[in-house]
Design a protein around this ligand. Sequence first.
Ligand SMILES: C[S@@+](CC[C@H](N)C(=O)[O-])C[C@H]1O[C@@H](n2cnc3c(N)ncnc32)[C@H](O)[C@@H]1O
Length: 291
Amino acid sequence: MSTQTASVNTDADGFTRVVAKSKRGRSSRIPRLPPTPATQTHAGPSKDEANTKDNDADTKPQTTVLPGKKRSSKRQQQLAKSIVETQVENVLEKQGSLKSDKFRNELQVCLDVIQGFEPEEIVCYGIGSLSTQVSQWQLALALLINQYLNVDICAFDPVAIAADCETLGRFGISIIAENEEAKRTVTKRTLFFMPHCEEFLYNNVLAANWSPEQLARILVIGNHLGRYKDTQSSEEFAAKSPFIRRALPGITCTDLPSEKLLGLRNNPFAFTDTCVQQFGSPSTIDFSIPS
Ligand SMILES: C[S@@+](CC[C@H](N)C(=O)[O-])C[C@H]1O[C@@H](n2cnc3c(N)ncnc32)[C@H](O)[C@@H]1O
């Protein structure tokens, strides 16, 4: 009977592959492990998983199914460890790239806005699966920003598996224990880091903080909220995102630098349409509760 070892390789495209190697010299891809309570810290709706698919091709979880209960749990632990190591390395590498002169110089405008706001905490929603390059870039940016803030960071994404949570933990990020659906009413100045989140999550953040005092306590890094107005009918927008709609006149927006400044062969598309949004003009916002 042949025994198996495993290795974790990162391809040129950044897709982390876990490969089982037989001691007889044969190797094969280990198949995906269906999500189980043991491997998935937060059970995520399949709809949300589907939403990550268009980011890039490397969205598949990297856990494994192996024959034999006892062996599989030990093997899974070893693989999870390797996955975490690889993800940590990939994020650190990307953080280094973000510090490259051109991107970092342009980022200063955003950093000035963020530091001027003096966040007391960072809440990350929707970073996605850290097996993907896009999510690794986004986490790298959140960590880079926090180098200038040095505040507590917590995170939640329903697609996060145990290895993702452990990777986040390695960077000192705590995992939010339950799905808040982004309805957190803040008690201190909070930077919401929500790259490429779905529209309803931004709407929920605003709804949960719907007063001039509360909106002044939040800063959102995420999709241009104003774009939602242009991509659907006004009736649909009003029905779907009444709080975004009302907040628009009060939003001040600072774009992230172009990813082209990273000088990579392939644009990672991690920060497309992403900006820092501050709700600095409450006098222009109608704070009545939408019906
Ligand atoms: C369009 S994907 C973006 C993922 C990643 N940031 C990217 O740019 O590829 C939206 C993300 O929001 C996450 N999400 C959905 N519901 C959420 C919730 N209630 N709290 C936090 N994140 C959520 C999804 O799981 C998904 O990873």
